[in-house]
Ligand binder design. Structure first.
Ligand code: CO8
Length: 259
């Protein structure tokens, strides 16, 4: 499919890569870009060959936020009544395959929220994260006030949301927002290595792991542990479990068939 504000490609025919592509606007997330992102995510999710998806930007910006120009004149009736800004932001939550954010440069406002909607974030050493909406007279609108405290704790989330300051990659890793920091020129190499590794594992175990970790953020500990246990039990019905354990016992590499 031809896109205007993103590009897509695959790596090793196993990883789907979506690159946000409005470089002059620092990848500001316009409504049309979000529609295209949703379409690309759904297409990779439906492609049986793809085992993991990566969203990235460019060296200067992952995304500097929702498009302020597009939002500037919106009224309450536009945003609440017609749901202009928010309606295409939820698609990513319905994607069942893992989605990694490979972040270099600015990840601000909606850009930081988009990164947090991904399953984990690998950051280049020049990455900068923040929720500067307060400076515009608004607050985060795509989950920032909810996901940021879960990732970095209340104190730092309050600091970022109330002052609008940015935090660099080192602070973000120390706080638990990003899983690892890599040199800028190694960002895609390291991210694709992780994505290819994930794509090589049994698809059902991968999806169950994603679903189960996400459950940790949405309910009680007891419910989450029970959910995990049921998925753990269910994976013993898969051929991939037999293959993975047989391979270990017989000291050979496992070949998963996603069955
Ligand atoms: N929207 C639109 N255009 C932008 C945005 C943006 N968020 N960010 C940067 N741009 C544009 C600039 O206007 C500029 O365009 P032009 O060249 O035509 O003047 C171009 O990108 C380059 O930007 P700068 O010249 O400002 O570059 P600097 O390197 O000097 O500064 C900054 C970089 C610090 C990132 C600066 O651009 C900045 O502060 N940007 C705005 C950051 C921001 O406030 N983000 C939050 C936006 S609000 C939001 O995201 C709400 C999310 C709600 C989601 C709701 C859906 C569910």
């Amino acid at each position: 499919m031809a896109y205007e504000f993103i590009t897509t490609r695959t790596e090793g025919e196993k990883v789907g890569i979506i690159t946000l592509n409005r470089p002059k606007q620092l990848n500001a997330l316009s409504p049309q870009l979000m529609v295209e992102l949703g379409q690309a995510l759904k297409a990779f999710d439906a492609d049986a060959a793809i085992g993991c998806i990566v969203i990235t930007g460019n060296e200067k910006a992952f995304a500097a936020g929702a498009d302020i120009g597009a939002m500037a004149t919106y009224t309450f009736a536009d945003v609440y009544g017609d749901d202009y800004i928010t309606r295409d932001w939820e698609t990513i939550r319905s994607i069942r395959k893992p989605v990694i954010a490979a972040v270099s440069g600015f990840a601000l406002g909606g850009g930081c929220e988009l990164a947090m909607m991904c399953d984990f974030i690998i950051a280049a050493d020049n990455a900068k994260f923040g929720q500067p909406e307060i400076k515009l007279g608004i607050i985060p609108g795509a989950g920032g006030t909810q996901r940021l405290p879960r990732a970095v704790g209340k104190a730092k989330a309050m600091d970022l949301a109330l002052t609008g300051r940015m935090m660099d990659a080192t602070e973000a890793e120390r706080a638990g927002l990003v899983s690892r920091i890599v040199p800028l020129d190694k960002l895609m190499e390291e991210t694709l290595a992780a994505a290819l590794m994930i794509s090589g594992y049994g698809r059902m175990a991968v999806m169950a792991a994603k679903e189960s970790v996400n459950k940790a953020f949405e309910g009680t500990l007891a419910d989450g542990v029970m959910f995990e246990r049921r998925l753990f039990h269910a994976l013993f019905a898969t051929a991939d479990q037999k293959e993975g354990m047989d391979a270990f016992v017989n000291k050979r590499a496992a070949v998963f068939k996603n069955q």
